[in-house]
Design a protein around this ligand. Structure first.
Ligand code: DGJ
Length: 724
């Protein structure tokens, strides 16, 4: 990656990746302006600032052309004449929010600073970080803006830290990790991933007008309802062509992403912490670090943008899977719900092992008085009635069947009916004088309180001592209301939501360090924390509680826009005995192999024929799992627009291709050609499922598929080029 500094031009700064260029410069020695962020390594010949307009205030030491309301600003501050959305707002000792940061200097660091309690992108070899320092002279607060470029994936990471070098305390009322002004004017669309429980990451692409678009969550979690990933693209951009910018945040709590267009057509994009439930007291000598924001841009449409994000997340964010391949799991939840016990789970394990599963995951119901969702959360000791031999011996017995073992936990929650709550009723998120709302009969533990986190560490340490665990499924099943903490003073109550996340990350970090060989699957009532913060600690995420394949096609399509397939945990289920019908079974399999394959039902009443078919599916999946986990994704059809999700994964230098066509509902119409344009023209490929041969040229011409008047139609081809 290259960081260059031209001292003659103000100075001017330039960050380059293989296909992108990000430039900014300092005007009059003090105003840090953005120039351009473009998908070309060369950058733009001459970046233009927009023209002055009446009613835009300007500093008398700068003149109208440098009006804060007009310029492309790198770090727009609140209250000093820029009426667009701000990146920073500090309440000064006088109590007003006028904020003004002027440039002070720069540094270039080898590598990349990590954390301060937050998940961060890992530095890759050779990476360097540009740090620009600005200062608000009145308060003495300094801002360090961090920029790291990831050369091969065309990704930039931005972040900011505020340091109070003044003599009096101030209050941070808003701090965005990224603010990006794009100019000249264009016709833009904003694409977001909205959703609901069981319908996560639906796509929505709307034209950008002049009203501010806000994509946010103030639920204490990134949430099912709006994902932190979003796209700004040219209105004509398609899967393969057109200008696309994409953004994400390495954070799992409250966030606010906005896009707005000003009077000159300048588009301002911001991403960072949500100002709701956020007000941070910064005493002299203290600093505050914001989460990292991720950005990429491309002129090659949504497809290239996704591949940039996928490669970056795989290399620099995702906790590597402790085993060579992600395991094929059998999970107990949809089969038995809370009725787990030694006898039940050992039966599961014996069946699963015979069919070739890698892992048996015992879901909710194994601890405390947890026989339904009304009790037990917070008491992490095995239920002695259900596991009379104790957890270590039970797990050893399961593993004696030749299968690995995983277990479900939900550390952040407590049921009022639990020993933990009875002993510590003040250990929950609450506001004195207000009723504590419940959701799924549970309250949220106050993770801002170190004693709470310590208690959980001790409980898990004791319970899992001598237990040969391979996998943990970490769930989170409600959001934060009546946000307040009994361990913070009144003037720091506004820090509760972010400190809660820091406590959660602290416990995740402890788990990852204490159990390095244990894989973590993240879950939040399905995919309610499907974000880069969680991915830094987990190797995969339960995509959705909705396992209906016809819905999954849409959920998985949206997930694929910003996140790689290897993180997407996908289970075949058995609603209404679907596993017994070959067409359903094979369709569910084809859908689930868009990501990491697993199954979720009891094998007890499944016929021999279906069991053998499942064993065959697992064997088949293993032959191409490397393409799902490491291949490059090419989407050929958007299911929202066409009723079909069609895509392929290409790997091994395009010598291997896994093509999948999924049509959940009946369709009429003419044959469509799906071009596998990455196939090598001079090669002959064999479909390893059928033995049929195709030349690379034929594949590039397209695979013809006629719409099926029946539902659950699919085609899957595993194409391998013959060696010369
Ligand atoms: C919600 C999860 O998404 C499910 O998979 C399951 O683990 C339940 N919680 C258990 O309570």
């Amino acid at each position: 990656m290259s960081v260059s500094v031209d001292l003659k031009k103000g100075p001017a700064f330039c960050l380059r990746t293989r296909h992108t260029c990000y430039t900014m410069h300092v005007e009059q020695g003090k105003f840090l302006l953005h120039d351009a962020y473009v998908p070309s390594r060369k950058g733009v010949a001459e970046a233009k600032q927009p023209p002055y307009r009446s009613f835009s205030p300007y500093r008398t030491d700068a003149g109208p052309e440098l009006s804060a309301d007009i310029v492309l600003s790198e770090f727009p501050a609140f209250g000093s004449g820029d009426f667009r959305g701000d990146a920073v707002r500090v309440r000064n000792p006088e109590g007003n929010e006028t904020t003004c940061f002027l440039y002070r200097g720069y540094r270039v660091l080898d590598g990349k600073p990590q954390g301060e309690g937050l998940p961060c992108a890992r530095p890759l070899p050779g990476c360097r970080t540009l740090v620009l320092t600005l200062r608000d002279e009145h308060t003495g607060v300094e801002a360090d803006l961090f920029y790291t470029a990831y050369e091969d994936t065309d990704v930039l990471i931005r972040s900011v830290r505020l340091r109070n070098t003044g003599k009096e305390a101030v209050r941070i009322e808003n701090l965005k990790s990224l603010s990006l002004d794009l100019y000249p004017a264009g016709n833009w669309d904003v694409l977001d991933l909205y959703g609901a429980h069981c319908a996560e990451r639906m796509t929505e692409r709307l034209p950008l007008g002049h009203a501010r678009v806000v994509m946010a969550s103030s639920r204490g979690a990134s949430s099912h309802f709006m994902n932190p990933f979003f796209v700004l693209c040219d209105r004509r951009a398609t899967e393969d062509r057109g200008l696309v910018y994409a953004f994400n945040l390495i954070y799992s709590g409250n966030f606010e992403n906005t896009v707005e267009q000003d009077q000159n057509g300048v588009v301002r994009v911001r991403s960072g912490l949500h100002p709701d439930h956020f007000s941070w007291l910064l005493e002299p000598g203290q600093s505050f670090r914001a989460p990292e924001a991720v950005l990429t841009c491309s002129r090659e449409g949504l497809g290239r943008m996704s591949r940039n994000m996928h490669a970056f997340v795989r290399r620099a964010v995702l906790r590597p899977c402790p085993t060579d391949r992600h395991p094929v799991v059998l999970n107990t939840w949809e089969g038995t719900f809370f009725d787990v016990s030694s006898a039940v789970v050992r039966e599961y394990a014996a069946d699963a092992s015979r069919l070739g599963f890698d892992m048996l995951v015992m879901d909710d119901g194994w601890f405390g008085k947890r026989v339904n969702d009304r009790a037990g959360l917070g008491d992490w000791t095995p239920n002695p009635g259900r596991f009379p031999e104790g957890l270590p011996e039970f797990v050893r017995a399961v593993k004696a069947d030749g299968i690995r073992f995983g277990i479900w936990i939900e550390p952040e929650m407590v049921n009022p009916d639990s020993d933990l709550y009875r002993a510590h009723p003040d250990w929950v998120i609450a506001s004195p004088g207000y009723m504590r709302s419940e959701s799924r009969n549970q309250l949220v533990l106050d993770f801002t309180n170190p004693a709470v986190v310590q208690n959980l560490k001790e409980q898990f340490e004791k319970t899992f001592r001598d237990v040969p665990l391979d996998y943990i499924k970490w769930d989170f099943n409600r959001h934060l209301s009546e946000v307040g903490s009994s361990c913070l003073p009144p003037e720091r109550q506004g820090e509760t939501a972010h400190r809660y996340m820091l406590g959660v990350y602290g416990l995740y970090d402890w788990f990852a360090r204490t159990y390095p060989g244990v894989m973590i699957e993240n879950c939040s009532g399905g995919g309610g924390r499907y974000d880069l913060g969680m991915m830094a600690y987990s190797s995969q995420i339960w995509t959705s509680d909705n396992t209906e394949p016809s819905d999954r096609v849409f959920i998985q399509y949206g997930s694929s826009l910003g996140y790689p397939a290897e993180v997407m945990s996908c289970h075949v289920s058995n609603h209404g005995g679907a596993i017994e019908k070959e067409r359903n079974r094979e369709f569910m399999f084809a859908v689930a192999t868009q990501g990491v394959l697993g199954y979720e039902f009891s094998l007890k009443n499944v016929s021999m024929e279906a069991k053998e078919a499942i064993a065959g599916q697992i064997r088949r999946y293993r032959t191409f799992a490397h393409l799902v986990e490491e291949g490059d994704l090419y989407r050929l059809s958007d299911p929202h627009a066409t009723g079909r999700s069609v895509f392929y994964y290409a790997g091994q230098g395009q010598k291997e291709i896994l093509f999948t066509y999924l049509q959940p509902a009946p369709l009429a119409g003419r044959e469509t050609r799906y071009r596998i344009h990455r196939a090598l023209p001079g090669k002959t490929y064999t479909d390893l499922f059928t033995g049929k041969k195709y030349t690379g040229a034929e594949l590039r011409e397209g695979i013809r598929v006629r719409p099926d008047p029946d539902s659950f139609s699919f085609l899957q081809m595993y194409l391998r080029a013959e060696e010369e």
